[in-house]
Design a protein. Structure first.
Length: 259
């Protein structure tokens, strides 16, 4: 499906929901895609695999109407270019702390004259899309997600949001907790105050506030706060939680005789 509707959904003010891909497997990706998320978060920052392991997964997601979003390891033109070239609709760049860093990411993400991205995407050949048309319209479809993961980034947010070409600013609760001196305590007051303020600071800019959480009640809270781009957990961890509960139940009452 080209173009993917992700950017239009963001512009329309819709709530956009996605989920993470825990392993570079087409089967795993297909199972998650069948749940109908708006985007599939493919992490190459902390995961033990790189772009070459993804093979046709981004194209598969595109063909099924789901936007592949690849988080690159750093604000690096080579990594950003490769992510879009293998099929990402959205690229997420971690640890963007200043307007200068944000402007560089925009340059790396877009073709001239809006940016400096080199031209030669591979995914249109796999998908059977018109290669020239994809290139000519890529800037219109491209989504760029920058992560706010530190107190410095938060303090610079008024300058960052002035940079043209940013679609989403996504708050990373875990890194933010470390930055404010409460490492792993994502529910700490210092973290939550920043998270509550970010959507307010982005009002009227056209930039969408995003984050990533696992608990449904907390996700709903953040949506009430104004977040509209939300990563909803990870199928592997959700599945493990259900399996753990089922095993506990069966060990306590193997034959269902106590109910």
């Amino acid at each position: 499906m080209y173009p993917n509707p992700l950017k239009q959904k963001l512009r329309n003010g819709e709530i956009v929901l996605g989920s993470g891909l825990p392993a570079p497997s087409a089967l795993v990706a297909s199972v998650i895609i069948n749940t109908r998320p708006d985007f599939l978060w493919i992490d190459t920052e902390h995961a033990p695999f790189g772009m070459e392991a993804l093979d046709v997964i981004p194209t598969l997601a595109r063909q099924r109407g789901v936007a592949p979003m690849i988080r690159v390891a750093w604000n690096d033109p080579a990594l950003i270019k490769k992510a879009y070239d293998v099929g990402a609709v959205a690229v997420m760049v971690p640890q963007v702390d200043t307007a200068e860093q944000a402007a560089r990411a925009v340059q790396y993400a877009r073709y001239a004259p809006e940016g400096r991205r080199g031209i030669s995407p591979s995914w249109p050949h796999i998908a059977g899309e018109d290669w020239n048309r994809v290139i000519q319209t890529a800037n219109e479809e491209t989504v760029l997600v920058l992560q706010v993961e530190s107190r410095e980034a938060y303090e610079n947010i008024d300058e960052i949001k002035k940079v043209p070409g940013i679609d989403v600013l996504l708050v990373g609760p875990m890194d933010l907790s470390a930055s404010v001196g409460k490492i792993t305590e994502t529910g700490a007051r210092e973290v939550q105050e920043i998270m509550r303020d970010v959507p307010r600071r982005l009002e009227g800019t056209g930039i969408v506030a995003g984050t990533t959480l696992g608990e449904v009640a907390e996700i709903q809270e953040k949506l009430r706060w104004g977040y509209r781009f939300m990563n909803v957990g990870n199928a592997l961890f959700y599945g493990a939680q259900v399996l753990g509960k089922n095993l506990e139940t069966l060990r306590a009452d193997p034959k269902g005789e106590k109910s």
